[in-house]
Design a protein around this ligand. Structure first.
Ligand SMILES: NC(=O)c1ccc[n+]([C@@H]2O[C@H](COP(=O)([O-])OP(=O)(O)OC[C@H]3O[C@@H](n4cnc5c(N)ncnc54)[C@H](OP(=O)(O)O)[C@@H]3O)[C@@H](O)[C@H]2O)c1
Length: 336
């Protein structure tokens, strides 16, 4: 099958934050499939802050090389196959990138399972994918949240943060979110059901936290790092836990905020622990089951914004770092 493939290729590394000039749209040829390979037509692209790290440097995965298609999670449909395990017509998710078509040999590819298919297939990029899995295992396994805990989460209207807070609420914690702006905070409380949301653009976070939870915080789920992490360290209770999920405030800078309150971890016998969602890959099915039940019972709200057209990938990606996004960002680039 002869197909031409529009793709966004990395042409320079972002110095701080991502700029449009770091990528270029190119028309690439799709080579003939080798035995064991299949061709995926990309339909929904996922946007995740960690892609900025992948563009900049080696992290927990190798960086994207200059000249390579920008790596991202996506869901697509198999349109040609020389692999017995993957049939034409099947929907799959994987690291297929900012392009119309991707060739895969099946490694790190998941079939969209029937549970997910009763929901929109892009849920396997959000609630049943990287963001939902991060929230689930961050709250349950790293934070070990219990009934009666006071749970604080930053980027509370975001893709991971909103699910993390709702899971903590289901467990029975008192849940406080931190988010940027009135609109986001209103949604966090009225739709996602958090007990409180602190609009950091308007109020002093530290003072507000002392008012909302004078006894301190049992678990802080950190998506942001920097100053917010330092404030949480100042409020952490004895034996408290800080879940290091993300540090978006530092992805675009080398001018790191100094953590003045870290010694509280010692005096308060508290613990701070990072994780990468793929650490839990063998247990994703367990999380899918529980999240699906909560979703069916309408105890979980998943918010997304869908934009159309591959040409818009850079603009959608930039929204993650300005707060212009509200919920999971999905780009639909083709019809089924
Ligand atoms: N450990 C893992 O395996 C794993 C997996 C997935 C995601 N993550 C991490 O989880 C975090 C959330 O990811 P997401 O996909 O759910 O994104 P998101 O929260 O939906 O979107 C990013 C949000 O971060 C906030 N933000 C952006 N720049 C900021 C800055 N300089 N300072 C403070 N806040 C800033 C904005 O919210 P406001 O408007 O409210 O400020 C923005 O809407 C990220 O740090 C990501 O890297 C980790």
């Amino acid at each position: 099958m002869k197909i031409s493939n529009k793709a966004w290729v990395l042409v320079s590394r972002p110095k701080d934050y991502f700029e449009n000039e770091n990528v270029r749209m190119m028309e690439l040829k799709v080579p003939e499939l080798a035995i064991g390979e299949f061709l995926v037509k990309n339909i929904w692209l996922s946007f995740d802050p960690t892609q900025l790290n992948w563009m900049k440097r080696d992290t927990y995965v190798d960086k994207i090389e200059i000249g390579e298609v920008v790596r991202s999670f996506s869901v697509g449909q198999i349109v040609e196959s020389k692999n017995n395990q993957f049939k034409v017509g099947e929907f799959v998710s994987g690291l297929f990138g900012w392009q119309e078509y991707a060739i895969s040999n099946g490694s790190f590819v998941n079939r969209i399972n029937p549970i997910e298919f009763v929901n929109p297939p892009w849920y396997s990029l959000s609630l049943f994918g990287i963001t939902g899995m991060s929230a689930y295992f961050g709250v349950k396994d790293i934070g070990k949240v219990k009934k009666g805990d006071t749970f604080l989460v930053s980027s509370a209207a975001g893709s991971v943060g909103s699910i993390a807070g709702q899971i903590a609420k289901i467990i029975g914690a008192k849940v406080i979110g931190i988010a940027g702006g009135e609109k986001k905070c209103k949604w966090v409380v009225e739709e996602a059901g958090f007990d409180y949301c602190i609009d950091y653009q308007k109020v002093n976070i530290s003072e507000k936290l002392s008012e909302l939870s004078p006894e301190g915080i049992d678990v802080y789920f950190d998506n942001v790092g920097g100053e917010l992490l330092d404030i949480a360290l100042s409020k952490i209770k004895r034996n408290g836990k800080i879940v290091l999920c993300g540090a978006i405030s530092v992805y675009g800078t080398t001018n790191f905020y100094p953590l003045r309150n870290y010694a509280n971890l010692i005096s308060r016998r508290a613990r701070m622990e990072g994780f990468i969602v793929s650490d839990f890959i063998t247990r994703f099915a367990e999380a899918h089951k529980e999240l699906y039940i909560w979703l069916k019972e309408k105890r979980l709200k998943q918010r997304e914004e869908i934009t159309f057209g591959l040409e818009n990938a850079p603009e959608v990606f930039k929204k993650l770092f300005t707060g212009a996004n509200f919920g999971k960002q999905i780009l639909k680039i083709a019809d089924i």
